[in-house]
Write a protein that binds this ligand. Sequence first.
Ligand code: BDR
Ligand code: CA
Length: 299
Amino acid sequence: MSLLIDTDPGCDDALALLLALESGLDIVGLTTVAGNSTIANTTRNTLALLEFLDRDPPVARGAERPLVKQQDTAEFIHGESGLKGDLSAPSGEPVDVSGAEFIVQKAREDGNLTIAAIGPLTNLALALGIEPDLPDYLDEVLVMGGAVYAPGNRTPAAEANLHADPDAASRVLQSLDPTFVGLGITVRATLDPATLDLSGSRGAVVEEWLEYYPDHVRRRYGINHSPVHDAAVIAHLTDGVLTVEERALEIDTREGPCRGALLSDEYGVTEEPENGRVATDIDVSAFRDALGGAIGSAL
Ligand code: BDR
Ligand code: CA
């Protein structure tokens, strides 16, 4: 499997990338997108993270803003720069094609590419605009997004990645047969830093990523540690930690309180054909082993 990761680091993105890089997946490159912070910050954070981990897959700078709606970012969760942990400024640069062009290039080259999209879906929607036959070149598209089995975290109805660019998400759903790994599942993907040996300088940074959620938000979820949402997608690729089921899906793109909500026809009431998948369960212990093992080998 060849993998491209579309990301907006983001503390949970950083741990997802650490897991992907440490677990020997064949990563053809990373594309960045504005989401948790601005595109300048998410691109800088991606490059800084790669240098922190001594890795060098190519990085393409992606979309600066959503297709239609106003941008909203989440520094209040992930830190002022979009990534807690104060990494050194990177010396590396992104490649000289856009994120969307890079996705098309790598998909055409590979012919059977897997994409893990762990930020807003703007780059993928733009890639479909460049190459309408993109689905022919892809094996699987896994998205961290949606809140089928939980309230939304950006609005009562919508999860942050889909809310950030609902029009792009809808476009992706129409064409790419995606699998959505949503909040009801990823909120269980936590890892207690006390179970790890985090002594040493890199360990302190990783601990900040593992504990990035403010206390009051954790309390509301009833969890002790921070959900590492995006790493659940990668742990599925490395260790098959998710249960996934076919569903008829829709994304609400209308203006109003449900904009960006993922609707999943759980009981077949619409009689619409299945057009994607949702994760319905996670093996939490396998998730913790996968992420804990990757952190252990990275430090
Ligand atoms: C998603 O939104 C972002 O804040 C996280 O990085 C994750 O991709 C969770 O809703
Ligand atoms: Ca993310």
